[in-house]
Design a protein around this ligand. Structure first.
Ligand SMILES: [Zn+2]
Ligand SMILES: [Zn+2]
Length: 191
């Protein structure tokens, strides 16, 4: 399905590479290209074959978390050519300045985005494993961060994927799709 769509949208030339870091189980994200395609429609998604290594300088020993902004900057140095956007996927706890934690981070209108699987597993919150819920959260956070790279800002609509998630509850409330207003902005940008 992915390759067919890639062919039919060759003229668009918009390709996103998903870059998994060492420690990410590829089986957990193998569904992601197809799910992202359903939202972005004219963008093709591939999972990079090579893992990227998370730089140790991004680790804050006192917080026991990784600085997502530093990881995002690092991503700009490992990116490959031929893609419009790059989504780094890590499985470590992330924080950003002024925030206790973040699910991900992206450069608005930039090329790089980053998400972490760490706080998306139901087990993190003491809940039983739930693959469907885990996958739904991954898609929402991936769409959200990539949405920033395609120029979408945060949206006030709590059901819009571009709504800012203060907690996993916010992520679970929102849908994987942008609201109509954000969708219009996105497709004006993509088409
Ligand atoms: Zn955001
Ligand atoms: Zn919206």
């Amino acid at each position: 399905m992915l390759s067919q769509l890639e062919k039919s949208h060759d003229c668009q030339g918009k390709r996103v590479l998903l870059l998994a870091s060492k420690g990410v189980d590829l089986n957990e994200i193998s569904f992601l290209p197809e799910s992202l395609l359903k939202v972005f429609k004219v963008v093709s998604f591939e999972i990079g074959k090579d893992f990227f290594k998370i730089p140790s300088y991004a680790y804050d020993k006192a917080r026991r978390q990784y600085n997502s902004t530093l990881l995002l900057e690092y991503l700009t140095t490992v990116k490959l050519r031929g893609y419009e956007k790059y989504l780094g996927i890590v499985d470590v706890d992330l924080y950003a300045r002024g925030l206790n934690f973040v699910f991900g981070e992206a450069i608005l209108n930039g090329e790089e985005a980053l998400i972490s699987l760490h706080r998306l597993r139901p087990e993190f919150y003491g809940d039983p494993p739930n693959e469907r819920l885990f996958k739904a959260r991954i898609v929402k956070e991936a769409v959200h961060e990539l949405g920033h790279t395609f120029g979408l800002a945060h949206c006030d609509n709590p059901e819009c994927v571009m709504h800012f998630s203060n907690s996993i509850i916010d992520t679970d409330i929102k849908k994987a799709q942008p609201c109509l207003t954000c969708q219009t902005k996105l497709f004006r940008r993509l088409l």
